[in-house]
Design a protein around this ligand. Structure first.
Ligand code: MN
Length: 203
């Protein structure tokens, strides 16, 4: 199958002042594009080139070539990350709101758990809201792993991804990951997260 490098769903400046335009341009056009290019090169001519990106991730084991695991994860994870944000943020639909309240007690508590997951991920990685067995859960992964991969601590379908690599925040926040995460919640696109939750229902 053909792997596409998707457009960023908004301008580089759309997430200002919380995420600055220069960070977005470098993150999307250099970091994400490099993962994509390297992934395409890594699977070229192999059976993996006929799979979906999600299926490639779901097939990652400890024996998978690092070029496939790291670049396939980086390609997938940034698509989720871009599509977890929008200008000004948005609200969850009633189904997601009910599931958040039922699982975490409140949106505040969910945000606390996502913050904790992002803060305790040593080095580079992602914090995630996933659905697994029909239930919401917060987890994190190292480097460019993700919850689709059997190597993850907890597997599930990613609904929202928070990139805590320094390249996601260093220009504006330097070493202050907590400040980046706190500001990040101002641009979370909960409507899109709701759409992924609805699509994953029953999985
Ligand atoms: Mn990144």
């Amino acid at each position: 199958m053909a792997f596409d490098f998707p457009d960023l769903p908004y301008d580089y400046s759309a997430l200002e002042p919380h995420i600055d335009a220069q960070t977005m341009e470098i993150h999307y056009d250099r970091h994400h594009r490099a993962y994509y290019n390297n992934f395409v090169a890594a699977v070229d001519g192999s059976a993996l080139a006929d799979q979906s990106l999600e299926d490639v991730c779901a097939g990652v084991t400890a024996d998978t070539a690092p070029a496939v695991r790291n670049n396939g994860g980086g390609y997938y994870n940034h698509i989720i990350y871009w599509n977890s944000m929008c200008n000004g943020g948005s609200s969850p639909d009633s189904a997601l709101e009910a599931a958040i309240n039922s699982t975490f007690g409140s949106m505040d508590e969910l945000q606390k758990q996502l913050t904790q997951a992002g803060m305790t991920r040593f080095g580079s990685g992602f914090a995630w809201l996933i659905v697994t067995g029909g239930k919401l859960a917060v987890t994190s992964t190292a480097n460019q792993d993700n919850p689709l991969m059997p190597v993850a601590d907890q597997q599930g379908t990613p609904l929202l991804g928070l990139d805590v690599w320094e390249h996601a925040y260093y220009l504006k926040y330097q070493n202050k990951r907590p400040d980046y995460i706190e500001q990040w919640f101002n641009v979370v696109d909960w409507a899109k997260v709701s759409g992924r939750f609805a699509a994953a229902a029953g999985s």
